[in-house]
Design a protein around this ligand. Structure first.
Ligand SMILES: [Fe+2]
Length: 323
């Protein structure tokens, strides 16, 4: 660890979707990811699922995690000063495979290019924006093979996120001085940064200036990305990065919160994106399931145990083979 704390890359991305079944079908049956864990959102007064998707072991940087909010009836509004898009890494040669797969599933896509990489843009059924980014070097993450997606085409995990904001300046300061990111390039309203080390993945933070777009919401609500969690490796690194942010004046950083599988500190960035600093607990996802049964049980955190009856009223999720 460096004195100012080491950030490796992304740990996970978290967002609020609509229905649980719809979300499971999108991530597992369409994107071919593994359902690593089914549990309940730790915070709040009513039970809401927390669904984790990623590779076979749920390695850091492969994780996408959702809160299906439709049953609770809370809606969010997408906009600026908010995380706008989740960017996932695939081999460039797999772009055609994915375009065909989305077309066959009736999902609209758009191809584009940004900062020298090919992008395939699409949306989650709840409206959240995603992109597949063609990456041809240095991404050797273990890929889950599921739902007819082989390792050659599979999503390797997070490439990064795009934050929409009115002006890039304050976020530039937060990323470079606060998180030690390097400004790689700018192209009109788009700006690209890289943070982390060669041991991490999902290291690209992109910004897009959209001064005319009204601000989006920050509370939990269907259709919005909630936070981008960075992998800080250890509690010492977490404390050091938090101290660095607080020392710069970003004093609204939370105390470490035990999330069972990892420990989290949250800090609101000036561009609106909520940033989390996460490090895995000793057992991680093996705390309540064996490696072979990851994602097969409903895992109820100890502090929700007495409300098991309410949790059983959540929308059932059918996880059998697609018909
Ligand atoms: Fe998180």
């Amino acid at each position: 660890m460096s004195e100012s704390g080491t950030i490796l890359g992304t740990h996970h991305l978290t967002f609020c979707v609509g229905g649980a079944q719809e979300d499971y079908d999108f991530h597992v049956r369409l994107l071919g990811l593994n359902n690593v864990k089914k549990t309940v959102l730790f915070d709040g007064e009513i039970p809401v699922y927390h669904l984790y998707y990623g590779n076979g072991k749920g390695d850091a940087s492969t994780l996408l995690t959702s809160f299906p909010y439709r049953q609770a009836g809370l809606m969010g509004t997408r906009g600026s000063n908010q995380l706008k898009q989740m960017n996932l890494s695939v081999p460039t040669a797999a772009m055609g495979f994915w375009a065909d797969r989305f077309a066959a599933a009736g999902v609209e896509t758009r191809r584009s290019e940004l900062f020298g990489t090919e992008r395939l843009l699409f949306r989650h059924p709840c409206g959240i924006e995603y992109s597949l980014v063609g990456v041809d070097d240095g991404d050797d993450r273990e890929v889950w093979e599921g739902s007819g997606v082989c390792a050659e085409h599979g999503i390797r995990g997070v490439f990064g996120t795009t934050t929409s904001l009115h002006q890039a300046g304050p976020q530039h300061f937060f990323l470079t001085e606060g998180l030690g990111a390097e400004h790689l390039a700018s192209d009109g309203a788009d700006h690209q940064y890289r943070l982390g080390t060669d041991d991490g993945y999902g290291r690209i933070m992109e910004l897009v200036e959209e001064p005319d777009v009204p601000q989006g919401t920050w509370q939990f609500g269907e259709g919005t990305i909630h936070h981008h969690a960075l992998d800080v490796g250890t509690s010492e690194d977490q404390a050091a990065v938090k101290d660095r942010l607080v020392g710069l004046g970003f004093t609204d950083a939370s105390e470490p919160k035990d999330r069972g599988y990892f420990v989290s500190v949250y800090c609101r960035s000036p561009g609106g994106a909520l940033i989390e600093l996460a490090h895995a607990t000793r057992q991680g996802f093996l705390t309540d399931e064996s490696a072979d049964e990851l994602g097969t049980k409903m895992c109820i955190p100890p502090h929700w145990e007495h409300r098991r009856a309410e949790i059983s009223m959540l929308e059932p999720i059918e996880t059998g083979a697609a018909v």
